[in-house]
Write a protein that binds this ligand. Structure first.
Ligand SMILES: Cc1cc2nc3c(=O)[nH]c(=O)nc-3n(C[C@H](O)[C@H](O)[C@H](O)COP(=O)(O)O)c2cc1C
Length: 405
């Protein structure tokens, strides 16, 4: 039997295999952020497709952390628990053995006034060059209420019947915003040293743990490194990412998913070309600026320094972290071949293999692997799935464009 299909356990959660659906925004929430029938059907397809653990798309812990004006999923109020419970009951009732975790998040500076009806908040007022938002620096009160919002969200996740919670600590969203010296320029106890920058996530963890108990798995996804060290400012470099992971494991986090990047550093989380024509023609980017449209069409990928798609691009980061921590490590990023997945586990680089775009392309990829397929995912890494989220729910476009807006 392939090592990928061994049964393992993370605290109270037993996993039938080592294949994980990495958190993926679906935009399938209703006007209260609660799951729609489309979301239920998507998770049913994923469960039946054979994945061991489904991690939901990022789910906001408070309304000011939403990342879309409509369709974002939320876990910000107790009244929503019954709806989320219906969804987890459905996934569990299918009899596939798939488990489901919720990723809890706050958009920080990577959201917009259009999405939340107010100026986005962040540890410091550092302008985001990817969405042109300058956030408002959080006050002590903002910090306190947001930590509480995360902890209460974690409690609701457990009460909703999820098998685990994952804190989104990566990709430039609020928790990562505190960890990252590029976006956290504070000089109080929330900024400066790594210990101070980790205080926000550490408080979230400690208060969540009190509410969910010792047996419930609390996972985290981190950006172990990014490419924000520039103009005399430092982002997160891998050495610090490893120390961060060690501290998270020491504080009691039950599993670490090793990703990278923030929105502003040019697609390093996903790799591959920025679809500039799509952004300009279909999403109306720079619609009032002909010069920018011209410059971006000609030089956009060079200006944005978008790294090309390569396979398993976070593997060495996962390996270095795995060598330092005793909690399970999840590798994510460009993992498309069954042979690579097996090699990641057998070589001890990670315990679990997380897949995002491969499962958008085909939710039955895990089942095919279990049946003996050695074929790589057919995903072409066009990244249209990500950018067209601006227009509607998640789906695979397989390199195609849709009608212009
Ligand atoms: C459409 C789309 C939505 C995503 N949404 C999330 C998300 O909600 N939370 C998260 O941590 N990562 C999110 N990601 C990043 C993926 O989970 C994953 O880290 C990244 O795509 C690399 O994995 P892959 O090469 O298997 O796609 C998203 C990626 C895509 C393409």
């Amino acid at each position: 039997m392939s090592v990928l299909f061994e049964t393992t356990r993370v605290k109270s959660m037993e996993l039938k295999n080592r294949l994980v659906r990495s958190a993926t925004v679906e935009r399938m929430g209703d006007d209260k952020g609660l799951p729609t029938p489309d979301l239920l059907r998507l998770y049913e397809r994923l469960a039946k497709g054979g994945v061991g653990l489904i991690i939901t798309g990022m789910t906001y812990v408070s309304p000011d952390g939403k990342t879309f004006p409509a369709g974002a999923a939320g876990i910000d109020r107790d009244e929503g628990i019954a709806s989320w419970r219906a969804l987890t009951d459905h996934v569990h009732s299918l009899g596939t053995g798939a488990k489901i975790a919720m990723q809890i998040a706050h958009g920080g500076r990577q959201t917009t006034r259009a999405a939340i009806g107010q100026q986005p908040i962040a540890p410091s007022a550092v302008k985001d060059q990817s969405n042109f938002v300058t956030p408002r620096q959080m006050t002590e009160d903002d910090i306190e209420r947001t930590i509480e919002a995360f902890a209460r969200a974690a409690r609701r996740v457990k009460e909703s019947g999820f098998d685990a919670v994952q804190i989104h600590g990566g990709h430039g969203y609020l928790v990562n915003g505190f960890l990252n010296p590029y976006t956290n320029r504070r000089t109080d106890r929330w900024g400066g040293s790594l210990e101070n920058r980790m205080r926000f996530v550490s408080e979230i963890y400690t208060r969540s743990r009190k509410l969910v108990g010792d047996a419930f798995p609390i996972l985290i996804k981190i950006s172990a490194y990014d490419h924000m060290t520039r103009k005399g400012k430092k982002g997160i470099e891998l050495g610090e990412g490893i120390m961060m992971a060690q501290s998270l494991a020491d504080m009691g986090i039950d599993g670490i998913e090793v990703s990278c990047g923030i929105a502003e550093d040019g697609m390093s989380t996903l790799r591959g070309k920025l679809p500039i024509d799509l952004l300009i023609d279909d999403l109306g980017m720079f619609k009032n600026n002909a010069l920018m449209r011209f410059v971006m069409r000609r030089f956009g990928n060079r200006i944005m320094k978008t790294p090309p798609f390569t396979e398993d691009y976070n593997r060495s980061a996962a390996r270095l972290i795995k060598q330092k921590v005793s909690v399970p490590v999840f590798a994510v990023g460009g993992i498309i071949r069954p042979s690579t997945m097996e090699d990641i586990v057998t070589s001890g680089d990670a315990d679990y293999v997380s897949l995002c775009r491969s499962l958008i392309y085909s939710p039955i990829f895990p089942r095919k692997i279990q049946e003996g397929s050695r074929e790589p995912s057919g995903c072409v890494h066009c990244n249209h799935c990500l950018f067209y989220l601006a227009l509607g729910p998640l789906r695979c476009y397989n390199g195609k464009r849709i009608k212009k807006v």
